[in-house]
Design a protein around this ligand. Structure first.
Ligand code: HEC
Length: 238
C-alpha cells in the first residue's frame, strides 16, 4: 500500500515538474540569450560623405586596446545625410567604439567621435551622435592643417611663402593655385598628386634648403596617403 502511494506521488510530482517546463519562463530566457552582444547606434546629420574615394572611408567601428585596426566596422553610407546606422554583435573585447576615418585595410587614421570605458562597458546599446561636415577636405583641414600647419601659414601674423592654410582660405590658396617656390607647378594639381607642390613638400626633400624644412612635418604615412588620395581623387572641396 505504502509502495503504491509513493508511486502515485512520484507520478504526480513528475507531471507537475514537466508541465512547469512548459510555462514559457525558459523560452523567454533563451530569447534574451540569443540577442546578447552589444550594439552601437550612430545618429546625426553628416554632409560631405559623397566624395570619399574607395581607399578611405568614414565608418562606425570597434577597436580593441592598443590596436589601430578595427575588429568590426560598418561604412557610413553616402545615400542620405540623415544618418541612422547600427553596428551589431560587437565583441566583448572591443574597448572603444568610434566614428572614424579608416583606410581600406580598416586602419584608423583619425577619430571623429569616440566612446570608451564605462560608457560602452555597462550598456547593451552604445549611442553616438555626430553633426557636420565630414568631407575629406574638411577632415584634413581640421585634423592636420589646423593642428600642424596654421601657426606658420596664416594662423598668426605670418604666412610662410604667402600660403594661407587656415579654414576658409586654404582651399583656394592651394587648388589650381601656382606655388611661389616652384611657379611652374600648382600647390595642388587636382587629380595629380605627384605634380602637386603640397605632395612634394611633405614627401620629398624639396624643402630641405628652404627657410623651413618640411621633410618631417607629417610623419604618419597614413595621413600622407590620405592627403595624396584626396588630391588624386579630384581634390574636392566638399
Ligand atoms: C614652422 C613654420 C612652418 C610650419 C609648421 C609649416 N610651414 Fe609650410 N612653409 C613655411 C615657410 C617659412 C615657407 C616658405 C619657405 C621659403 O620661402 O623658403 C613654407 C612654404 C610652404 C609651401 C610652399 C608654398 C608655395 O607657394 O610654394 C607649402 C606647400 C607648405 N609650406 C605647406 C605646409 C604644410 C602643409 C604644413 C603643415 C603640414 C606646413 N607647411 C607647416 C613654414 C612652415
Amino acid at each position: 500500500m505504502k509502495k503504491r502511494l509513493t508511486l502515485i506521488l512520484s507520478c504526480v510530482l513528475s507531471i507537475v515538474l514537466l508541465s512547469s517546463c512548459d510555462d514559457g519562463d525558459i523560452y523567454d530566457k533563451e530569447v534574451v540569450y540569443d540577442v546578447s552582444g552589444r550594439t552601437a547606434k550612430l545618429t546625426g546629420h553628416l554632409v560631405g560623405l559623397s566624395h570619399w574615394p574607395t581607399s578611405h572611408y568614414i565608418a562606425l567601428a570597434g577597436f580593441v586596446k592598443d590596436n589601430d585596426y578595427a575588429v568590426i566596422s560598418k561604412i557610413v553610407p553616402s545615400t542620405s545625410e540623415d544618418v541612422d546606422l547600427v553596428l551589431s554583435n560587437i565583441p566583448d573585447s572591443v574597448e572603444s567604439v568610434e566614428l572614424c576615418v579608416l583606410s581600406r585595410l580598416r586602419k584608423r587614421i583619425y577619430t571623429l567621435v569616440s566612446k570608451s570605458g564605462d560608457a560602452i562597458a555597462t550598456t547593451d546599446t552604445i549611442r553616438l551622435e555626430s553633426e557636420g561636415d565630414v568631407s575629406m577636405f574638411n577632415i584634413i583641414q581640421q585634423h592636420t592643417f589646423n593642428t600642424t600647419c596654421v601657426n606658420c601659414h596664416g594662423g598668426s601674423n605670418f604666412a610662410g611663402a604667402g600660403l594661407y592654410l587656415t579654414e576658409g582660405k586654404s582651399y583656394s590658396s592651394m587648388v589650381g593655385h601656382p606655388s611661389s617656390k616652384l611657379p611652374e607647378f600648382n600647390i595642388v594639381e587636382s587629380g595629380d598628386a605627384a605634380n602637386s607642390v603640397l605632395h612634394k613638400v611633405l614627401r620629398t626633400d624639396l624643402s630641405k634648403s628652404w627657410r623651413y624644412d618640411h621633410t618631417s612635418e607629417i610623419v604618419s604615412y597614413d595621413v600622407l596617403n590620405l592627403i595624396d588620395s584626396w588630391i588624386s581623387n579630384g581634390a574636392y572641396e566638399n
